[in-house]
Write a protein that binds this ligand. Structure first.
Ligand SMILES: [Zn+2]
Length: 457
């Protein structure tokens, strides 16, 4: 029997977000912004009011979900804002982002602060937006009300966050928070660099580098060694083991921590982890001493470390790839001054081409990329209608030309301070042709993004 749909997309090449399936031809039927049918391309049962006929040189992907974006509005709207960040997201094939709780004023550590964020985002988002809330010393009593208000989960730091309103937690506070988040059924995201280990390294003249500070990138890298991450990841694993809570390691850089994560998972510890396009693309060997656009923490490490992170993805030890878009003004990148420069990389719009360019060189296909960049982040944030091309899911889609390449030109980037990107002049594979949100192509003149609320358990 025929089924009439609002929109029929006929894709000779599609990936659904399920990593076990390979690229295949599909017909996707959409009613009222939701996917109602996914059929073989040659099926004749779907009749579209509108039909989008894709060519063989493009692949249909689920719209990406970026669960690690610092939007900074309200409070630091001169760094980034919901309008510019979501426009960049849409241009990069992202249809949902989850905003981080620091770098805005107020920081999202109470329901009042969450409401301020939601008011700021309302009416100007081009993609859907969900929110993480923060765990800081002393706000444990707020976590339950934040969960009831619909945050996707929580985030804390074990080392200095760089945001004055967002101090780190110690081991006892981490464990206490995981007890609460376990009861609430939400994940706790952890910035895993050890505060205790970082104290001597941040002393004048960099203790880890001997009596003379090493200049340039080598000095910065030496100030945040793998050990800082390894210690912190071990601490998070033990806290998750003790509490039964779900801990998620954000932006893992040290590949040393992968075996610990893998064995903890085998033992039933609820631990997941993400990495970012910069750790999968850049290498310490190639970062110039003046290239502070590439400063982030934890830092980009050596080429051999990058390869092991790719192995971690291939082996499912790392679950997802997200941007950690951490914007600032151009002067805040303090060209060449590694002490003063803002630690954070702006790459929201480029995550998919950066990842795809590296993935294809390693024989990894778009089915896996879609699983890492759409399905897994949606799962982490409890976005049950996002990240997959399947009946019942929102018709959030991305049309990518995987064999087309382009050279990164800041003039074509939509985030607020495009000159802060470390990728200027780099040639990447994968051009996003179209981004579709709930069945309609995103129109830059018409923000239709919704604020997403996670249903409490
Ligand atoms: Zn971040």
């Amino acid at each position: 029997m025929n089924q009439a749909v609002d929109l029929l997309i006929r894709a000779p090449r599609a990936v659904t977000g399920d990593a076990t399936e390979s690229e295949r031809p599909l017909a996707v039927g959409v009613i009222d912004g939701r996917i109602v049918a996914v059929e073989p391309l040659d099926a004749t049962t779907l009749v579209g009011h509108t039909t989008l006929e894709l060519d063989k040189d493009v692949v249909l992907l689920p719209g990406l979900v970026d669960s690690h974006v610092h939007v900074c509005e309200p409070g630091h709207t001169d760094w980034e804002g919901f309008a510019s960040a979501t426009r960049a997201a849409a241009a990069g094939g992202i249809t949902t982002l989850v905003d981080m709780p620091l770098d805005s004023v107020p920081v999202t550590v109470s329901v009042d602060a969450l409401r301020a964020k939601q008011r700021a985002a309302q009416g100007q988002a081009h993609v859907d937006v969900a929110f993480w809330a923060g765990v800081i010393p002393g706000n444990t009593p707020d976590l339950e009300s934040l969960a009831a208000a619909g945050v996707a989960g929580f985030k804390c730091f074990l080392a200095d966050s760089g945001s004055p309103g967002f101090p780190p937690v110690d081991t006892r506070q981490l464990t206490e928070a995981l007890h609460v988040t376990a009861r609430l059924g939400l994940p706790l995201l952890v910035h895993a660099e050890s505060a205790s280990a970082s104290a001597p390294a941040s002393a004048p003249a960099s203790a880890s580098a001997g009596s003379t500070a090493t200049p340039g990138y080598a000095g910065y890298l030496a100030s945040r060694p793998r050990g800082l991450e390894n210690l912190a990841v071990a601490e998070v694993i033990e806290a998750a083991r003790a509490t039964g809570g779900h801990a998620h390691i954000v932006h893992l850089s040290s590949s040393d921590a992968l075996p610990m994560i893998a064995s903890a998972r085998c033992e039933g510890v609820r631990i997941t982890a993400e990495t970012c396009p910069h750790y999968l693309t850049l290498t310490a060997e190639e970062i110039g001493d003046g290239q502070t656009t590439a400063k982030c923490s934890p830092p980009v490490r050596e080429a051999a470390n990058r390869e092991l992170l790719w192995t971690g993805l291939r082996d499912d030890v790392l679950d997802q790839i997200v941007s950690d878009h951490s914007p600032c003004t151009t002067p805040m990148k303090a060209a060449g001054d590694w002490d003063r420069a803002w630690g954070g990389i702006s790459s929201l719009q480029l995550g998919l081409p950066l990842t795809w360019t590296q993935a294809r060189r390693r024989g990894l296909g778009l089915a896996r990329v879609a699983a890492w960049m759409a399905a897994a982040p949606a799962r982490l944030a409890g976005l049950t209608a996002k990240g997959r091309i399947a009946p019942g899911y929102d018709a959030d889609l991305c049309v990518l030309a995987p064999d087309q390449s382009f050279t990164v030109d800041p003039a074509r980037l939509h985030h607020k301070h495009p000159a802060t990107t470390p990728y200027t002049g780099r040639t990447l594979d994968g051009v996003v042709h179209t981004t579709i949100l709930r069945g309609q192509v995103i129109d830059p003149g018409q923000p239709r993004g919704e604020l997403l609320i996670r249903e409490p358990k």
